[in-house]
Design a protein around this ligand. Sequence first.
Ligand code: TMP
Length: 236
Amino acid sequence: MEKREQLYEGKAKKVFSTDDADYVIVSYKDDATALDGLKKGIIAGKGAVNNRMSNFLMQLLEKNGVPTHFVKELSDRETVVRKVKIVPLEVIIRNISAGSFAKRFGVEEGIVFAEPTVEFSYKNDELHDPLMNAYHAIALGVATREEIEWIKAMAFKVNEVLKAYFLTLGVRLVDFKLEFGRLPDGTIVLADEISPDTCRFWDAETNEKLDKDRFRRDMGGVEDAYREMMRRVFGE
Ligand code: TMP
């Protein structure tokens, strides 16, 4: 597959067209942003960690009945994926209180929920990704009721598969964000990435943070955390 022109540059990835209109190539950068893009930095090696981890997890999910955009890893940083139109919803699943949940409800981090929660944010940088419920999404034509039900069911399934998998690596899956996309025929598949940028990972023994929160919160040891997650997943 031949790489052609750049179609889009996001905060953490670039997207290129190819000689086949149904496929694009994503290229993962080391750039990191937080706090709505206000905080900017570089996390050395992040692009390769996120690319390889995301591809591995997407394939694990495919085996467990979750359709994804993944096609083929080309290199440490580049992957062929099916071209989709992103559904402008950030789908967030939480198993343990942390981040904006802890802040919004005035509770400490680390409360293990009796069952996982789901919430949606409207993916819109200008509006700062406001919280959105299913009725709002339907009203604005973001998705149909059936699509939202399907997305929710898939997100909970992703949670069950990943929670069990990460536990075998001694990692608690605290929460994560998913994005879905539509293929030309309207079918919805899991898209974007699943990585330490988009998940909270805590060491199962010590609760040490092994994800982007180390960057968001200026905790130091950011590169080490990404490297440690790489080591747990790939043994390297
Ligand atoms: P939050 O607690 O800040 O709402 O984040 C919940 C999860 O979603 C956490 O694992 C980080 C991830 N996330 C993203 O991937 N992108 C974002 O822009 C935000 C705000 C959170």
